[in-house]
Ligand binder design. Sequence first.
Ligand code: MG
Length: 162
Amino acid sequence: MQTDKHIRIGNGYDVHRLAGGRDFWLGGCCITHTKGCVAHSDGDVLIHAICDALLGAAALRDIGFHFPDSDPKYKGIDSKQLLTDTMSLVRAEGYEVGNVDTVVCLQSPKIAVCIPDMRQTLARVMQVSETRISIKATTTEGLGFEGREEGVSAYAVALLTK
Ligand code: MG
């Protein structure tokens, strides 16, 4: 019989297109920028990638399954609410967060100064210690859609324990 040590890993990835005249939400924080993400929700790619990593680790499908962008209920929704709801789904299965590690890929603006705020915000929303949340940022050296500043992508991995 398979023994389950109750350690589960999940990964998540998300992309949103950037366009002018909208707020740029990232990691639950509004970042000063000339563009923002185009989305049904507030377009927070980092939170969306984290939600998918958490759901994936618990084998609970994906963010689109639970919060479909065809549902008017989620139009313009604060992604922090999606993360709150995702944590409820994960905790309902008896899991707690071991750690979450992420990478945000964007050419500009430089978000290093915003990382402490994003970490603190995510920790509060997820009700975990900040020490369990890591946010990293990289440019793509001008290559691809991130490099052309047409969009932003984010990767996340999450470890869950039971
Ligand atoms: Mg998304």
